[in-house]
Design a protein around this ligand. Structure first.
Ligand code: LAN
Length: 729
């Protein structure tokens, strides 16, 4: 087992623990990102640090102050002058994708028990990140970086620091331990925490509810068959159930024995483990177990000791096969960071450390690591490459900045990247691993990760159409046939309610949500229709049919009509839409208003758009901006943020523009706010988190502060001119 020698760590993480002038971001293949630390001056000379490296490391970038903008379009132009410097040579924009605080524990515990090490620099900067991210008040860690301290975040990140060699007497750990004990200690961590601590051998497997692999042996048509669960949930529970069945845990060592003392206020060996299965610390709880859950699990827990060995073996073999298929379908990237690390443990146990699988897992583990100014974190995916490029590409075309000669080369480069990113076949293991077709899709991050996402396909297609059809000088790289493939895919993704979900069609019944075992996340058991996903599809199809009116026009018309109906129904009585992937109402409003506008609705002719505008205007602040807290997503009702946010202000203003709101004043005030926050070099500074998932976890989209501000300022400039002309004429 890889044990880290104790290490002296400064009390404060303010100053880097490594030389930041030596870090480099390598972008390779299909937009893959990995950070490298150069050991020698010669290496540094041969591979100089770029503005991209420096920007993301939080080092000063050497970009000139620009002439102060004369108007909103000029401000957008300045914004892109800066942002262009962050574009990779291959055409895409890299970016950090941190926020969740439950990912580093999976990374470090999973690596530790699999004997996979970190470089000394990675180790130091992970430690520093946790020192910097400890809650300023109580020194604990939360579910995500903006959340309060929880038993989950605190117990698991405590283990991370200890595994990496930090002394229990380090001030950060002394404080964190006190907070953990105040929260009742690690017995009350939620089920995903119980799982990781059990693997680490500092929590007894008896303290876990059953994670039954036999579910995979039920006929596919069974309503609760796991292939009908949301793909992230099933992809995590497949390997979890395998390790649970084995009750696999790492060997005891001094560190494990010490952790058993440190994590609990009571004597570890006196804990009544079965009584902990449903013991969840109150601050962690977002989705408490239902009565149905408790009833069902009391039966499953009774079944557990009598599970028939041949059946269990068969079920485990099926799970192992699904793990291998998932690894192979995604180039060992896997769908997300949690499954990635649990799959690795299984491949280590079954295939061994000398196997190809182990090596490939190690190689791709690097894709989840990101170094920023606070240290090194683990990201929610291997990046948000497609998502970011799709928005800035559309912004450039819609604002007209893409037509300006100084931006053409950048736009063509973006098109080249979009071209290579489209997935052109179905996965290697397709039906046998219950995958949705991928032919024609654009993924969220890279082609290698390889998952269809409805709105990523929609935005990817839109970006290609915008560039290829609007900007004269661009080559037509993506053929009509390939665009038709993505239209076919989108047309096949509509749910019975007319809406679109994230990765697949809704496969399971709604009541499965009552069996959500994860306590900290909401609405994770099945796919749901989402206003944002639905709107991306409506807009993509509407724009596609403008240019290719003959292709499946009747199908497109029917799908759009049903989707618009879904969207009308999804509007809240106050006039908003609840955002599930961005914060929150301003995010969803921007998408919803865009799609309603594309089917001909305006403030003047649509009660839906009128209500949406009035809803948004009722939340505009005195400074002209909007600001909502991530808590809007937890509660599905508007919660103000302490500060206005440029990104949310841009979303809300875009919504007003799409709706053709007739009065200029609110738009002018918003433009003024966003311009007032622009730095002299054209950039905007990072404000609050932009994204959310599973109702409760924030996630960073730092590139949004460029794409949506530039997009809004450019569009507002043209729209305000149009309003003025209309008034005068
Ligand atoms: C994402 C990121 C992108 C997001 C959008 C495309 C914005 C959305 O419209 C559809 C859903 C999707 C693809 C999405 C789903 C859930 C993800 C993958 C994430 C929020 C990024 C991280 C998150 C994943 C579940 C994190 C790992 C945690 C688990 C609970 C498994």
């Amino acid at each position: 087992m890889a044990c880290y020698a104790p290490i002296d760590i400064p009390a404060s993480g303010k100053e880097p623990f490594t030389d930041y002038a030596r870090w480099r971001l390598r972008s390779s293949e299909d937009g893959r990102h990995t950070w490298h630390y150069l050991q020698t001056d010669e290496e540094c000379k041969a591979w100089p640090q770029t503005e991209i490296d420096r920007y993301w490391l939080g080092l000063p970038v050497d970009l000139p102050a620009l002439p102060p903008p004369e108007d909103a379009l000029d401000a957008a132009r300045n914004g892109f002058k800066f942002y262009k410097h962050l574009q990779d040579a291959d055409g895409h924009w890299a970016g950090e994708y941190g926020g969740p605080m439950f990912l580093l524990p999976g990374l470090v515990i999973g690596s530790y028990v699999s004997g996979m090490t970190f470089t000394q620099e990675e180790r130091l900067e992970i430690i520093r990140y946790l020192i910097n991210l400890a809650h300023p008040k109580d020194g604990g860690w939360g579910l995500h970086i903006e959340g309060q301290s929880t038993a989950f975040g605190t117990a698991l990140n405590y283990c991370v620091m200890r595994i990496l060699g930090v002394s229990p007497e380090h001030p950060t750990l002394v404080k964190a331990r006190a907070t953990l004990h105040k929260l009742g200690g690690a017995t009350g961590v939620p089920s995903w925490g119980k799982f990781w601590l059990s693997v680490l051998n500092v929590y007894d497997w008896e303290g876990n509810n059953s994670i039954l692999p036999e579910l995979w042996l039920f006929p596919d048509l069974t309503p609760f068959h796991p292939h009908k669960w949301w793909i992230h949930t099933r992809t995590v529970y497949i390997p979890m159930s395998y390790l649970y069945s084995l009750r696999w845990k790492m060997e005891e060592n001094d560190l494990i024995l010490a952790l058993r003392e440190e994590l609990y206020p009571q004597n570890y060996y006196s804990i009544d483990w079965p009584a902990q299965r449903n013991n969840i610390c109150h601050v962690d709880l977002y989705a408490p177990h239902t009565a149905l859950f408790d009833f069902l699990y009391s039966i499953l827990n009774t079944y557990e000791p009598c599970a028939a060995p041949p059946l269990r073996k068969l079920a485990m073999e099926r799970c192992y096969q699904l793990v291998v298929q998932e690894d192979e379908n995604t180039g060992y990237q896997t769908l997300g960071p949690v499954s990635k690390m649990i799959n690795l443990i299984i491949r280590t146990i079954v295939d061994g450390k000398e196997s190809e699988a182990y090596k490939l897992h190690m190689e791709k583990r690097a894709d989840f690591l990101w170094i920023g100014k606070e240290g090194m974190r683990m990201c929610g995916t291997n990046g948000s490459q497609l998502w970011d490029i799709a928005f800035i590409a559309q912004a450039l075309v819609e604002t007209g900045l893409g037509d300006e000669s100084e931006n053409q080369e950048s736009l063509v480069r973006a098109l080249r990247w979009l071209d290579q990113c489209q997935i052109q076949q179905n996965p290697k293991h397709f039906e046998s691993s219950y995958r949705h077709p991928t032919k024609g899709a654009w993924p969220f991050s890279t082609k290698t990760q390889g998952y269809t996402v409805s709105d990523c396909t929609g935005e990817g297609l839109k970006a290609v159409l915008y560039i290829q059809e609007h900007v004269e000088s661009t080559p037509k790289l993506v053929s009509e046939r390939r665009m038709c493939d993505s239209v076919d895919l989108l047309l096949g993704m509509q749910n019975a309610d007319g809406g679109f979900a994230s990765y697949e069609l809704i496969r399971g019944p709604e009541w499965l949500e009552k069996l959500n075992p994860a306590e900290v996340f909401g609405a994770i058991m099945i796919e749901h229709s989402y206003p944002e996903c639905t709107t991306s599809v409506i807009t993509a199809l509407s724009i596609f049919r403008k240019y290719y009116p003959k292709y499946r026009s009747a199908d497109i018309e029917t799908v759009i009509k049903r989707a618009v109906k879904y969207l009308h129904n999804a509007q809240t009585p106050e006039g908003g839409w609840v955002g599930s992937w961005g914060i929150c109402f301003t995010y969803a409003a921007q998408f919803a208003c865009e799609s309603l506008a594309l089917v001909g609705e305006t403030y003047d002719n649509s009660p839906y758009l009128r209500k949406a505008c009035e809803f948004l205007l009722s939340h505009q602040r005195a400074d002209g901006g909007w600001g909502e807290s991530y808590k809007s997503c937890e509660t599905s009702s508007w919660v103000e943020h302490e500060q206005t946010q440029v990104v949310q202000t841009s979303w809300a203003t875009m919504a007003l523009i799409y709706a053709r709101y007739p009065k200029p004043e609110p738009i002018e005030r918003a433009v003024h706010l966003v311009m007032s926050r622009q730095n002299p070099d054209g950039s905007w500074s990072q404000e609050a988190m932009e994204g959310i998932f599973n109702k409760s976890v924030t996630i960073a989209y730092p590139n949004f502060k460029f794409s949506f501000t530039i997009w809004m300022l450019g569009r507002a400039h043209h729209y305000l001119a149009e309003l003025k002309a209309r008034r005068n004429g």
